[in-house]
Ligand binder design. Structure first.
Ligand code: CAA
Length: 257
C-alpha cells in the first residue's frame, strides 16, 4: 500500500491515511487502498478500529480536487459511488470504528469521519463541507450524514454556506464526542478502543448493528431488530462468562468471541 498504513495493537487495528503532500486528500487510489485495508481486517483478532490521518495538520482535506477537476457527469457519479461504497462499508463494518480527527476534516474528510461510529478530535481540527464553493455538492454522504448527526438546520447552514467549523463548535454541535490536545489524541483514541475491546465482542457488534439498523426504520421495527440481536447473545460463551462473573462476584472476565 502506498497511502494507507495498518497497525495492529492488541485487539485494536489502527488505519492511518498517509498522503501528506496533499493533506491526505482522497484520490481514487487512496479510496481503493482504504477499501482493501478494511477487507483485510482480521475480525477474529480485532475488536475495534481507529482511523486517523498522518501528521499533525490534517485528517483528510477532502476528495482530491485535482483528480475531480476534469470529470464528466458520469465519471463524477462513479467517483461519488466509489467513495460512498467504501464509507458505507466502514459504517456497517461489524466492529466499532473511532475516528481520531487530527486536523482538517473537510469535504470527504468530514464525510469519512461521519461514517465512523465515534469521532474525537484534536484542538486544531476543522470540520466542514466546502463543496458548494467548489461548484459541487458533498458527494461521499455529507448531505445525509451531517443532517442526521447535527440536525437539519445546522447542516444546511454549514453546507449551503460552505462554512468550516473549529473543534469547539464541532463539540458543541455533537459532531465530536471530545477534544484533546494534538499530542494526547491517539492515546485517548487507544484508551477508548481498549475500553470497548474489553467487553464481549458479540455483544458489542450486536449493539452496533442494533443502533445502526434501528435508525433506518420506525420504532416498532427497530424494537424487533433489538429483540433479535439481544436474543442472539444468549447461549454464547461470552454471555455465560459475563453473567457468571457477576454472579460469582469475580472482577476478571475472559471474553473469547
Ligand atoms: N485535493 C487535492 N489536493 C489538496 C486538497 C484536496 N482536497 N487539499 C489540499 N491539497 C493539497 C494542496 O493543493 C497543496 O498541494 P501543493 O503543495 O502541491 O500545492 C497541499 O495539499 C497543501 O495544501 P495548502 O497549501 O492549500 O495548505 P494550507 O495549509 O494553505 O490550506 C486547506 C489547507 C485549508 C485544507 C486547503 O488545502 C484547502 O482548502 N483544501 C481543500 C479543502 C476542500 O475544499 N475539501 C473538499 C474537497 S471536495 C470533496 O471532498 C467532495 C466530496 O464530498 C466527495
Amino acid at each position: 500500500m502506498e497511502f494507507i498504513c495498518y497497525e495492529q495493537k492488541g485487539f485494536v487495528g489502527v488505519i492511518t491515511i498517509n498522503r501528506p503532500k496533499a493533506l491526505n486528500a482522497l484520490n481514487s487510489q487512496v479510496l481503493e487502498e482504504l477499501d482493501q485495508t478494511i477487507d483485510a481486517v482480521d475480525l477474529e483478532s480485532t475488536r475495534c478500529l481507529i482511523l486517523t490521518g498522518a501528521g499533525d495538520k490534517s485528517f483528510v482535506a477532502g476528495a482530491d480536487i485535482a483528480e475531480m477537476s476534469n470529470l464528466t457527469k458520469a465519471e463524477g457519479e462513479a467517483f461519488g459511488k466509489k467513495g460512498n461504497d467504501v464509507f458505507r462499508k466502514l459504517e456497517t463494518f461489524p466492529i466499532p470504528v473511532i475516528a481520531a480527527v487530527n486536523g482538517f476534516a473537510l469535504g470527504g474528510g468530514c464525510e469519512l469521519s461521519m461514517s465512523c461510529d465515534i469521532r474525537i478530535c484534536s484542538e486544531n481540527a476543522m470540520f466542514g463541507q466546502p463543496e458548494a464553493g467548489l461548484g459541487i455538492t458533498p458527494g461521499f454522504g455529507g448531505t445525509q450524514r451531517l443532517a442526521r448527526t447535527i440536525g437539519v438546520g445546522k447542516a444546511k447552514e454549514m453546507i449551503y454556506g460552505a462554512r468550516n467549523i473549529k473543534a469547539d463548535e464541532a463539540y458543541r454541535l455533537g459532531l465530536v464526542n471530545a477534544v484533546y490536545p494534538q499530542e494526547e489524541l491517539m492515546a485517548a483514541a487507544e484508551k477508548m478502543a481498549a475500553g470497548i475491546s474489553k467487553n464481549a465482542p458479540i455483544a458489542v457488534r450486536n449493539c452496533k448493528k442494533a443502533i445502526n439498523d434501528g435508525l433506518q426504520v420506525d420504532m416498532d421495527q427497530a424494537i424487533v431488530i433489538e429483540e433479535k440481536l439481544f436474543g442472539d447473545c444468549f447461549e454464547t460463551a461470552d454471555q455465560k462468562e459475563g453473567m457468571g462473573a457477576f454472579l460469582e462476584k469475580r472482577k476478571e472476565k475472559n471474553f473469547i468471541n
